[in-house]
Design a protein around this ligand. Structure first.
Ligand code: AMP
Ligand code: MG
Length: 289
């Protein structure tokens, strides 16, 4: 089955080919509510067995332009997930100590241990995005990082980590709208930083840097998903669907209970119910972009 918004192996991505306002056969938020709710419930069940089995972990990487919806995605898609088995890490401008190490040092420490879901709000990809665009290190240094990233992610995958990387694709117009929203609403003012305008002025450079990321660091074992994100409700549904389907694929099982004297262990039960891709999302996918 086609994975929604998966960047197929070997694709040369040109971001202007991707429509940030895409909503498939969904017309408004209301139409996504039932599917989103069902995915939320299923995610809870899957997290429970992920935790109980303690064999795998899931790493969700979120990257986007400012106001692209990273915080909102975490808030809405991960709602209901048990905090005990979930860890969100937001990567900011590196500290002096972090800069004193290789760029993956702080990242590696934050990767989820077995049984956990880890969410990266920004990630090691900043080291080939903001760092590249603002020339924070010489070109030969950031150029070498794509291979370091590929090797690092391969190591994680070989150690039982499932990696899902999401680029929340918003248009420049939508970013403007969201910035205005942040300035107009007092309770949102804190989210706006003047530096965001500098980043906006470098939009084209960032698009080129993102395209290089997709072209150099996209692999079937650690894929990128380019998610249309101008409509928050569609973004949330698409991402929740992708996460649920990825966890389903792990075919996890509850472990055997500790044997009580005189009682036979309960056989391992596969998880019976599976979440189907909603027909409308499936249709959307085949027509995508
Ligand atoms: P925010 O996500 O709005 O809290 O902002 C975090 C800031 O940290 C952004 O401006 C990022 O570009 C910046 N940042 C994150 N990682 C790095 C990095 N490795 N090098 C430089 N700046 C970074
Ligand atoms: Mg910001």
């Amino acid at each position: 089955m086609t994975q929604p918004f998966l960047v197929p192996d070997g694709t040369q991505v040109t971001l202007s080919d991707y429509d940030p306002g895409f909503t498939g056969d969904y017309r408004k938020k209301n139409e996504t509510k039932a599917d989103l709710k069902r995915n939320g419930k299923r995610l809870q069940e899957l997290q429970e067995v992920l935790w109980a089995e303690g064999k795998h972990s899931l790493l969700i990487v979120l990257q986007a332009m400012d106001a692209g919806g990273k915080d909102g995605t975490i808030k809405h898609v991960m709602r209901g997930v048990n905090p005990q088995g979930c860890q969100v890490t937001s990567f900011k401008v590196p500290t002096e100590e972090e800069l004193g190490h290789d760029f993956l040092w702080r990242i590696h420490k934050a990767t989820p241990r077995r049984g956990y879901i880890g969410i990266f709000n920004r990630s090691h990809y900043e080291d080939v995005l903001v760092v590249r665009v603002n020339e924070l290190v010489p070109e030969n240094v950031w150029r070498a990082r794509y291979e370091h990233i590929n090797n690092f992610e391969r190591l994680l995958v070989d150690s039982g980590v499932t990696i899902l990387k999401f680029y929340l694709h918003i248009s420049k117009d939508e970013q403007k709208e969201r910035f205005h929203g942040r300035l107009d609403r007092p309770e949102k003012n804190w989210k706006f930083s003047p530096g965001d305008l500098d980043t906006r002025a470098q939009w084209g450079d960032y698009m080129a840097a993102f395209e290089d990321v997709f072209n150099k660091c996209n692999h079937p074992w650690a894929p990128w998903y380019i998610v249309p994100a101008d409509h928050k409700w569609y973004r949330n549904l698409a991402i929740s669907q992708i996460i649920v389907e990825a966890l389903e694929k792990l075919d996890m099982r509850y472990p055997l209970p500790t044997v009580v004297k005189g009682r036979r262990p309960t056989p391992i039960q596969p998880i019976a119910r599976r979440v189907e891709t909603p027909a409308r999302l499936r249709i959307a996918v085949s027509k995508a972009f």
